[in-house]
Design a protein. Structure first.
Length: 104
């Protein structure tokens, strides 16, 4: 597998902001650290060309990998991965959480 770059969708960017806000209410330093770690994990995952696990029950071509309590949902293309959502593992997911407009 060749290395890939990553891009964040509009919703994934919003997810990171929401994760930061939630944690920062009690511990801003931990919030900074977690968001940095998530971004580093995504970058490393993409650079290694990893494939993750299929989550096609939500959308065709949707894949995921895990970091701590979070699930990073993405779609892989030839040269990059598009991160669609970053959700806490306890959140319930539906196909509507992964709009087609964010899948490209």
């Amino acid at each position: 597998m060749r290395p890939k770059r990553f891009r964040l969708s509009r919703l994934a960017s919003r997810d990171l902001v929401e994760i930061y806000k939630f944690i920062a209410e009690k511990n801003p330093i931990a919030a900074d650290r977690l968001v940095d770690e998530l971004q580093q994990k995504i970058e490393r995952f993409a650079s290694l060309g990893m494939t993750g696990v299929s989550r096609e029950e939500f959308r065709e071509g949707l894949r995921a990998f895990f970091y701590k309590n979070y699930i990073i949902y993405f779609r892989s293309a030839d040269s990059d991965i598009l991160v669609l959502r970053i959700r806490h593992g306890k959140q319930k997911n539906r196909a509507d959480d992964f709009p087609e407009s964010d899948m490209t």
